[in-house]
Design a protein around this ligand. Structure first.
Ligand SMILES: NC(=O)c1ccc[n+]([C@@H]2O[C@H](COP(=O)([O-])OP(=O)(O)OC[C@H]3O[C@@H](n4cnc5c(N)ncnc54)[C@H](OP(=O)(O)O)[C@@H]3O)[C@@H](O)[C@H]2O)c1
Length: 203
């Protein structure tokens, strides 16, 4: 599969003020951990999920538009130096406290998710908008009225004990209801890790 975009509910024109969330988690909602030197990281390695993230967030709706990613400060700083800001996408960092320096003038820093959305909604050159973590931003996104679709990679065989950062997955069930799992991908395996691509959304 090239991208989960093919498995998304139709939207956009009827809902111009909407955004997406994309995450990978353990079944218990674990999304992150600290590495050996105390830097935030994702506690599994899955090239197919990384490709899915890149493809899903990069494929835009029009030639003259770029998609946008909204991330928290720790998530932004966890990207490798040569991928910071994420190329081909408008990068916005939501830093709840003042003073965050992304080290790049092309990156917009705002203090709230709604502040990020307001700026992006006003920009006609912005295609799709993706909330890409971390935990607080995801949890806020999951209950936000403008959220339309959630791309969720489930890392079935990664134990939550490997994680120190968690999202509240029960919010997805509450938000989209029992029928809200729009697409449930087949179980795949890479380097001993079983995972599937799920899409939450409603028609
Ligand atoms: N699996 C996935 O799909 C996925 C996606 C994204 C991230 N992750 C992982 O999740 C973890 C990061 O998530 P997170 O929820 O901890 O963090 P985050 O949402 O990226 O960032 C929030 C953190 O930024 C801090 N912060 C706020 N304003 C700041 C400022 N001006 N300067 C510096 N820091 C500031 C906050 O500290 P205060 O609370 O003190 O204000 C808070 O700890 C990493 O391990 C990352 O790899 C996983």
């Amino acid at each position: 599969m090239d991208s989960l975009v093919a498995h998304s509910p139709p939207l956009s024109e009827s809902r111009p003020r909407s955004f997406y969330a994309i995450l990978a988690s353990t079944p218990g909602g674990g999304i992150g951990a600290l590495d050996a030197i105390g830097a935030p990281m994702i506690p599994w390695r899955c090239k197919r999920d990384m490709k899915n993230f890149k493809d899903t967030t990069s494929i835009s709706t029009g030639d003259d538009c770029e998609n946008a990613v909204i991330v928290g400060p720790k998530t932004y700083m966890s990207f490798p130096l040569n991928m910071r800001p994420l190329p081909g996408r408008i990068n916005v960092v939501v830093a709840s406290r003042p003073g965050f320096d992304p080290g790049n003038k092309d990156v917009t820093v705002v203090s709230s998710l709604n502040g990020a959305l307001e700026i992006l909604y006003k920009n006609p050159k912005v295609g799709k908008i993706f909330v890409c973590g971390g935990a607080e931003l995801y949890n806020e996104a999951f209950v936000h009225p403008d959220l339309s679709v959630v791309y969720h990679t489930v890392m079935h065989t990664v134990p939550s004990s490997k994680c120190d950062t968690f999202v509240d997955l029960s919010l997805l069930q509450k938000r989209f209801g029992a029928a809200g799992l729009y697409y449930h991908g087949d179980i795949q395996e890479e380097s001993g890790v079983k995972f599937s691509f799920d899409v939450w959304g409603v028609d």
